[in-house]
Ligand binder design. Structure first.
Ligand SMILES: [Mn+2]
Length: 430
């Protein structure tokens, strides 16, 4: 049985109060799309299948390296986090899985954790390991690296942690391990580039060997931070080399914030699709670096162009194409639940808009070098306001027409603030 945290009557009342308007807008959009030979009901069925995972760490308030300003009613543990994720799913209906991070989300009974998630209608997505920070009582430090550390003992400890993550993942129904390491160097000469990369491969071979047959390993690259001179897996090239060297189950995960500003990420996506090595995404947005801002809040067109490549790959039946979608954001100044709901809907919106690209016309313009019309074909899809379509999908699934308004009307945050003690001010990234 699914436990509901927002009263279903409240959601239904809100949906009812706007249903006539939504129906009218949906009908009007349907007429517009029909003129473009798109059947809105067929489109609706396709978009309704879209899902994006929520990171367990995303429902807590984030911070910067300068400070963290805690919010009210922050989750105290993974059980609270799952409850917040349950609310997100209850209202948006496109976030049915949660991606946990260990050891942050460690518990003594994983059967209980799985049942707790199921009680909110949630399952688990990829498990994430953490060898980028030291834990209490950890024998060896990751200050100078983990999977690539010069010392074999530290590498063995980091490998063992990843193996433990796989074991936990098996118990909670995960099918993938995401590995991101902060290993790198802050000064020229600090590390030997080639030996460090070889140590990365050697450690990951041991982790890869422990993957169950139906699992994948997602390698996440990032240009810099915490290492400020060189990072071992700094770009998709290093990630692809590693994935190709490790084997079929190793793939490259694209976090939108892990590139230099102005990088053509959609083209990287196309290359990884070609190499049959695209693992999936960590969605967020950025202006300068790994800002972890809400998806589509800075550059929604880029997000659309990424989905344009994904829809093209799916429709042209690119081999071994099955990307995993997840949000990976840090919410420093907003209510994390509101940001995650808005972001999930934004990602879903870009998927719907990408489905609207007239690909036959686009191919014709590309092949005849009609540059302007090719660009306009993408813009026509991007400019289509699919809001009524998304509202209709949510209402039909029992979700909220307006997730943020319904969430605010429910008083959920005040309710959890009353039972979850306030966290004190703290410093640093969480
Ligand atoms: Mn990420």
């Amino acid at each position: 049985m699914t436990t509901t945290k927002i009263a279903p009557e409240l959601i239904a009342d809100h949906a009812h109060s706007v249903s006539a308007r939504v129906d009218s807008d949906y009908k009007h959009l349907g007429e517009q799309l029909a003129r473009r030979n798109v059947n809105i009901d067929t489109l609706k069925a396709e978009v309704a299948k879209f899902a994006v995972a929520v990171p367990s760490w995303g429902v807590g308030t984030g911070g910067t390296r300068f400070a963290r300003f805690p919010g009210k009613g922050e989750p105290r543990n993974v059980f609270d986090k799952l409850q917040d994720c349950g609310v997100i799913q209850q209202l948006v209906r496109c976030t049915p899985t949660v991606s946990p991070h260990f050891p942050w989300d460690k518990v003594s009974d994983y059967k209980e954790l799985r049942q707790h998630a199921e009680s909110f209608g949630l399952g688990f997505d990829a498990v994430n390991s953490n060898t980028f920070s030291d834990q209490k009582d950890q024998p060896l430090s990751y200050k100078f690296g983990s999977l690539t550390h010069a010392d074999a003992g530290v590498r063995a400890q980091a490998v063992a942690h990843n193996l433990e993550c796989i074991e936990i993942g098996k118990q909670i129904g995960s099918k993938a391990l995401t590995v991101w390491i902060g290993d790198g160097s802050n000064f020229p000469g600090q590390s030997h580039f080639r030996r460090q990369f070889e140590r990365y491969l050697d450690s990951n071979r041991q982790i890869y060997a422990a993957l169950p047959a139906d699992w994948n390993m997602f390698l996440e690259h990032k240009m810099f931070e915490p290492a400020f001179y060189a990072t071992v897996i700094q770009d998709w090239g290093s990630s692809l080399l590693a994935a190709q060297s490790l084997g079929e189950k190793a793939r490259c995960l694209v976090d939108l914030g892990h590139h230099a500003p102005n990088t053509n990420i959609e083209m990287i996506v196309a290359r990884l699709v070609h190499a049959q090595k695209l693992a999936g995404f960590h969605f967020n947005d950025s202006k300068y670096g790994d800002d972890d801002l809400d998806s589509g809040s800075i550059n929604p067109f880029q997000l659309f162009l990424v989905f344009n490549e994904l829809v093209d790959a799916a429709q042209s039946k690119a081999p071994n194409f099955n990307p995993a979608y997840m949000l990976d954001q840090s919410h420093n100044v907003t209510d994390p639940i509101e940001s995650l709901m808005t972001s999930a809907v934004t990602v879903q919106r870009c998927y719907a808009q990408a489905l609207l690209v007239d690909r036959t016309a686009l191919t014709g313009y590309q092949d005849s070098n009609d540059v302007l019309m090719a660009a306009q074909t993408l813009k026509t899809a991007f400019h289509t306001d699919v809001t009524p379509l998304l509202q209709k999908i949510r209402i039909e699934a029992g979700g909220a027409a307006d997730p943020v308004a319904t969430y605010r009307a429910s008083g959920y945050r005040a309710g959890v603030a009353a039972v979850r003690p306030a966290a004190g001010p703290s410093s640093g990234i969480v």
